[in-house]
Design a protein. Sequence first.
Length: 109
Amino acid sequence: MAARKTTKTTAKKPASKTMTKSALINHLAQENEMTRKEVIAFMDSLVDTAYNQAKNGFTFPGIGKLVLVKRKARMGRNPATGESIKIPAKKVVKFRVAKAAKDAILPAK
């Protein structure tokens, strides 16, 4: 059996890796001349505040907002049997992206 020949591309692709929590902490600590512990404490405080205030609406300026939305009861369909079922009303948390974030991330048309 012949060995498979691989070809190397000469052009480097930009890194499209998602920033992890650890990488974010390191970046913020370096940019703001803070220790990792200080950044972790700040992020934990911010997250706790967001969770506690989400029922009233919580805004991350320039990023977006957490909003509690009430969904009405509705009729649905069981995909396995095709039977109509009633889906009860419920509350869900949604994140609405701010216009500034959309404009910064997506190129203008």
